[in-house]
Every structure is written in C-alpha cells, then in structure tokens.
Write a protein that binds this ligand. Structure first.
Ligand code: FES
Length: 182
C-alpha cells in the first residue's frame, strides 16, 4: 500500500511531467538534440533498399518466368539447306523388281527397279498423302489407301488422285544410290 501512495505522490508526478516535457523539448538522454526532420539519410537509405529489393524480385520473377515462356513460345526453326543431290543408300537395297522408299531432304522418294531399269518419284500419293508402294506383280506404283495406280515414272493409270507423282533423278555411283532433283 505504501507503494501505491508513492506512485501517486505529487513529487513523482512532477518528476514524470518534467521528464516528459524535457523529452518533448527536443533533447534525448545523453544531451543530444533530437533530429525531428524527416528528410535526409533515412529516406535515401529506404529508397536504396526499396530499389534493391525490387531489383532482386524482378530477377527472381524473370528467372521463374523464363522456362515458362521458353515452353510456350517454340524456338525458331533452323533453316536447313536442301541438297541438290543425296546419296540415299546402296544400290543393292533395290534389287530388280522391287521398290524402296528413301528420304531425300524433306521428301520421301520411292526408287523402283523395274526389271533393271531404275526410276524415282515422290512416294506421297497426290490424292490424300498416303505413302505408295511398288507392286511387282503388276509393275505399278500403288496406293493402298484408295487404290491409286501409277506407272513407275509416276504417270497416272487410274484412281482418285488428281496429279502424277513428282519425278526425281536416280543413278548408281559405284555402290551408292544417288537421288537428285529432276
Ligand atoms: S491417298 Fe492414295 S489413293 Fe487416296
């Protein structure tokens, strides 16, 4: 109880008010004057910190978004220069009375050996794009999808196809089978 009375004693209240007045008068303990202005180093430091944090955030966001953007946007296709002449395989791969499809640049080409005479035409049917085959028993190039029939030089025999098969040049060079643009 003695403490309570001391707590509300006039001397204590005076000392408290005096201290508050002293503190609000612009001095701090230690005798230094309080810096009441809000300009100067603090703002510059905050601005620098804000920019630094913002910059780090931008770098992190860019790092996280980069794989997503790379996934969404396909890479530009590299232009591959087409060759005029390509060794597609060995001549022995197309024995007499057979046909075989080879890759020539981006195209598929069927090489036909019709009784020793070589010819080469596009292997893509001009009707709806199925791959054709050599039918040795009829000596024709045939499309099994809808029955298109072509001669070994690509000319139309019968069927729904609107155009002949595009021709290519083919020759044997040593053991190699060489296809070139017609
Ligand atoms: S795609 Fe060849 S006949 Fe239809």
């Amino acid at each position: 109880m003695a403490q309570n009375s001391n707590f509300k004693s006039p001397e204590r209240l005076d000392s408290l008010q005096g201290g508050a007045a002293e503190q609000s008068s612009g001095t701090v303990p230690g005798g230094k004057s309080r810096d009441t202005s809000l300009s100067g180093v603090d703002f510059e430091r905050r601005s620098f910190l804000g920019k630094t944090v913002g910059g780090i955030g931008a770098v992190v966001a860019a790092g996280a978004l980069y794989p997503v953007v790379k996934y969404i946007i396909p890479p530009a296709e590299k232009e591959v220069k087409e060759k005029d002449e390509v060794v597609v395989g060995k001549a022995s791969e197309v024995p007499p009375d057979s046909g075989k499809i080879f890759q020539f640049n981006k195209d598929k080409v069927i090489v036909v050996n019709n009784g020793g005479k070589l010819s080469a035409v596009s292997a893509v049917c001009t009707h709806l794009g199925c791959l054709v085959q050599w039918k040795a028993d009829e000596d024709i190039i045939y499309c099994a999808c809808h029955g298109a029939r072509y001669e070994d030089n690509g000319r139309i025999i019968s069927g729904p196809q609107p155009l002949p098969l595009a021709p290519y040049n083919v020759r044997v060079d040593g053991d190699d089978l060489v296809i070139s643009k017609a």
